[in-house]
Design a binder for this molecule. Structure first.
Ligand code: HEM
Ligand SMILES: *[C@@H]1O[C@H](CO)[C@@H](O)[C@H](O)[C@H]1NC(C)=O
Ligand SMILES: *[C@@H]1O[C@H](CO)[C@@H](O)[C@H](O)[C@H]1NC(C)=O
Length: 359
């Protein structure tokens, strides 16, 4: 019986396509529609390399107003203002790009730390696909052009001083600010340096839409973030969009009217995108937690927050004004400390162009 079940699972994994399991140790379980977790595809726990020891508690090497210090070689007083202007303009034209920028920060920090590895199309290591080609990112991440525009303007003002990693972090802060109607102001220090390597296979460290609470907790813990921070940061799914392929298997579990509306929007096409928050789709607010309670969320990873361990937090976030917003500010700041590289670390640089390493 057990072997039969295992055989079915392996077959399902094969049918899900090669990206789901390249090699024995890569594990994209949370990104696949599997009947259950398959340990055969993923024998080891989350891998931790030397850049991924989790959040450095003090954010050592980071400081507020990092580019404002006249006596530092990183002096570039217009840097943060340039980013804010670029993000303001982009969000005004299309709020979805703001959502993209917040997600870009998450996907950068969870893979090799907040080092802008998510932006690279070329790296230090030859013949390897970069993170942008990984299943969680490909044809999904957006906002790159905002980062590039800010970087170009900053390079014109003060060449080779401001890292792409900091531009990603500032952009996420500013997108949070504008999309929340200025209610969320993430304190975001600067001083991150850019990495020179990026591997598609490492994006398996990102939790997936089919992950359960245990898996979500494990993936956040592997980056030094707490269970509560996981619940708090999931609230970012109050903005932006998602592809039908990640939730069309869940229609029967959703609130019926919500499911019917989504079914009509998806119209049988797994590549269609829909709004994540049906109520206030473009506002970064606590509506997500009301949606969790009402079974009006898209992914398994959202719906599981209706569990015993998370319910108290979900109800408090949904009901008490300002509670979630303050927790979100702290959690975003902490996410910005994951695996950071700073001045003097080996294999780092200030990139000239965010999509490629220097020379
Ligand atoms: C808890 C585990 C998480 C899972 C499993 C998850 C998964 C996903 C998935 C599958 C999508 C849809 C992508 C697509 O269809 O193209 C998405 C979108 C999004 N996620 Fe998450 N996510 C998680 C946590 C987070 C966190 C921590 C943040 C940021 C703080 C975040 C921010 C976003 C945003 C803003 C979008 C919309 C992006 C856009 O419209 O371009 N997510 N997420
Ligand atoms: C990921 O890909 C890179 C480049 O192709 C390779 O060197 C590395 O060994 C891979 N990592 C794992 C865990 O398979
Ligand atoms: C979640 O998945 C893990 C494997 O990662 C499994 O061992 C566990 O039983 C599942 N937990 C729940 C609550 O379903």
């Amino acid at each position: 019986m057990a072997t039969k079940l295992a055989a079915i699972i392996v077959l399902a994994a094969f049918l899900a396509g090669p990206a789901a399991c390249e090699g024995a140790s890569i594990c994209f379980n949370g990104w696949m529609r599997l009947p259950t977790f398959n340990p055969r595809l993923c024998a080891r726990g989350p891998r931790v390399n030397r850049w991924q020891r989790g959040a450095s508690p003090a954010g050592l090497g980071l400081s507020y107003g990092y580019y404002d210090n006249r006596r530092s070689t990183s002096y570039c007083p217009r840097a943060e203002g340039i980013v804010r202007g670029a993000v303001r303009e982009a969000v005004a034209a299309n709020p979805g790009i703001g959502a993209g920028l917040i997600r870009l920060f998450f996907h950068d920090c969870f893979v090799r730390g907040c080092d802008a590895s998510v932006l690279l199309t070329t790296t230090n290591s030859k013949n390897s696909d970069t993170e942008r080609e990984g299943p969680p990112n490909k044809n999904s991440l957006r906002g790159f052009e905002v980062i590039d525009a800010a970087k170009a303007a900053i390079e014109a003002a003060c060449p080779s001083r401001v890292s792409c990693a900091d531009i990603v972090a500032f952009s996420a802060r500013d997108a949070s600010y504008f999309l929340s109607n200025r209610r969320i102001n993430v304190p975001m220090p600067g001083g991150r340096y850019d990495g020179r390597e990026s591997f598609a296979n490492e994006t398996d460290q990102l939790p997936g839409p089919f992950s359960n609470v245990t898996e979500l907790q494990a993936s956040f813990a592997a980056k030094g973030l707490t269970f509560n921070e996981m619940v708090t940061l999931s609230g970012a799914h109050t903005i932006g969009r998602a592809s039908c392929r990640f939730f069309s298997s869940r229609f029967p579990e959703m609130e019926p009217a919500f499911a019917a509306k989504l079914r009509a929007q998806c119209n049988g096409n797994d590549n269609t995108n829909v709004n994540q928050d049906d109520v206030t789709p473009d506002v970064l607010d606590k509506q997500y937690y009301r949606n969790v309670i009402d079974r009006k969320v898209l992914f398994t990873s959202d719906a599981v927050l209706n569990s015993m361990e998370t319910m108290t937090q979900v109800i408090e976030n949904a009901n008490r004004a300002g509670t979630w917003e303050r927790k979100f500010e702290k959690a975003m700041k902490n996410m910005g400390k994951i695996g950071i590289k700073t001045r003097g670390d080996q294999g780092t640089e200030i990139r000239k162009v965010c999509s490629r390493v220097n020379n």
